[in-house]
Design a protein around this ligand. Sequence first.
Ligand code: ATP
Ligand code: MG
Length: 208
Amino acid sequence: MGLKKGVLVTFEGIEGCGKSTQINKLYKLLKKRKIKCIKTREPGGTKLSEKIRKLIINDLKNNEDNLTELLLLFASRANHFLKISKYLKKNYIVICDRYIDSTYAYQHYEQGQSLKFINFLQKKIDNNVRPNITFFLDIPASLSKRRIYSREKRDRFDKYNQKKMNNLRKSFLILTKKFKRIIKIDGTKDKNRVHNDIIQYLLNKNVI
Ligand SMILES: Nc1ncnc2c1ncn2[C@@H]1O[C@H](COP(=O)(O)OP(=O)(O)OP(=O)(O)O)[C@@H](O)[C@H]1O
Ligand SMILES: [Mg+2]
């Protein structure tokens, strides 16, 4: 893969699968090894996009206005991508919490919004700069529910029911078959073992 142009590494999966946990572990390790990297998230990642995130999470109601949600997500991504591409050009490893595959899973597979329209907007933003590697942390919906219920603060996405969560998981599994860049990791294992699986993959691909 080489490191000449920066690497975009995204983390995907259903709620509570361990994305934040694993991103923090990876970021800490890369920093320790003095590898140039940033961690960022979607929706969000820039001042403007974080404001849009708040609108999406706090002000929109489930199923009420899916098109508004999709357009807000892409507005936030358009701004966020400027930051992503800036760091990729500086040869950074950009670690992003959720990205295009969440749009496919939630907005296309779950909400039934047009794939053609999603891909059109995505290409407008990234001019086909897609993630180099996507780690899909796979856990069953029942485990997602258990992990999320132990949280103090829950947002509207955390209230998704188990059936919906199971459908989302299936969508990520479909995406894994569709895109070679998506690497399925068993997210049910102990946090450190999941971390090791991720590191091992990145080492094998000469990313780190
Ligand atoms: N491998 C693991 N084993 C057991 N518990 C875990 C594991 N990974 C994460 N957890 C715990 O599960 C909860 C959810 O993890 P985390 O916040 O990393 O998930 P997430 O994918 O970022 O969730 P969200 O999509 O809601 O942001 C946390 O309490 C975390 O400590
Ligand atoms: Mg998280």
